[in-house]
Design a binder for this molecule. Sequence first.
Ligand SMILES: [Zn+2]
Length: 467
Amino acid sequence: MGLKLFNTLSRSIQDFTPLDSTGKTVGMYCCGPTVYDFAHIGNWRTFVFADLVRRYLEFKGFSVTHVMNITDVEDKIIKRVRETKTSLREFTGKYEAAFFEDLKTLNCREPHHKPHATEHIADIIALIEKLVARGVAYKAADGSVYFSIEKYRGSGSTYGRLLKINFDELRPGERVKTDEYAKESVADFALWKARAPEDGDIFWPSPWGEGRPGWHIECSAMSMKILGQCFDLHLGGEDLIFPHHEDEIAQSEGATGQPFVKYWLHGAFLLVEGKKMSKSLGNFFTLRDLLAKGFTGREIRCLLLQAHYRETFNFTLEGLLGARTALARIDECVTKLRELAGGTAAVPNAELVNAFTIALENDLNISAAWGEIFKWVSKMNRSLADNAIMVAEAASALAAWERLDSVLGVGVISESEAPAELKALIIERQLARHAKNFKRADAIRDELKTKGWVIEDTPKGQRLKKI
Ligand SMILES: [Zn+2]
């Protein structure tokens, strides 16, 4: 068995072989959030997909270096900073903190490196200087620096590696200053944007005058700085294929003359209630909107992990209820196995682990993996009902589930998911202790215990932990 992935670069499924000659380490870059608002559920599908890739590689024993940038300066951010009359750092800091909180709610492993664009201005400038020196970038009259598609193609390089582009319409020297544009308006794109009055005090000095970086160059500069000129995996949503990722390839390969990334992986779009998400249709959800409706991070993660990453997925509230039921079935089975195993150590059941692995080796076919899991849950439940499972077998099944859950990340019920009435009991117990009513405090502790929760004292106060 070996992992096979669909590489957007070759438009085909390929064997995954890391660049590292020892085959142990993997460099992985995933385009991170633009911190100007709360991330929506479509964004979260991409980050949960990236988490799946990382967790599965780690499951296979690779040592993964996961990098995710934070875009903390760009057109939309500057506009909002101006509107809200805050400072850049204050404004982006708020949304960045919310992003990492949400990432944790969805139980995504935290990236090892989280570079900020504003902290890598010198690296960005150095990369642009290289492109200018190699003749594929030029300074325009307004002080901005552009990447020349014509010069790049003239040097024998291909622009349009991820997406076929019709160059008949391209008029050499025509420029596009905004970071987002359509395939039809392919033109020289901005690497450095000269300071404009509306930028306020958001600018940096550069060899071309005051200004700020374009969005695409950030990712080229930061990914190569941390992972090297050539690395294994670059991930993102399919909406980033053009122009963002195409431009990243052009900038990086234009500067180094070497291949930039070996495998490009793209997650498909998300529809919500059958339609493209939009605020006017009322189907635009941030993670917080869904938590406010009473769903948990675990249920949302489970639903986002239902479909294959290259399939457009229809996210619905009914689907979330389905995920809740599915998790309850797993929980019931795992709880019973846990009771039976009683802490006995065992080797994971190979049959389940193998079936799961075979599914995921095939371009991360998660829906097939779920199929295997639910077949196993049904089988286990039947055997448990018939009292036909021995302790050793239960321990082995449990160990297998824990292996699987190191990839799925849905098995742990977190403290935040303790029912509200139980959380209220913690406060009541604190008040009882304060009033030296230890009898009541002990009664509450016992009540929580019978419901499967213990109170833990932590430096941040008391919290509930599932037994
Ligand atoms: Zn990027």
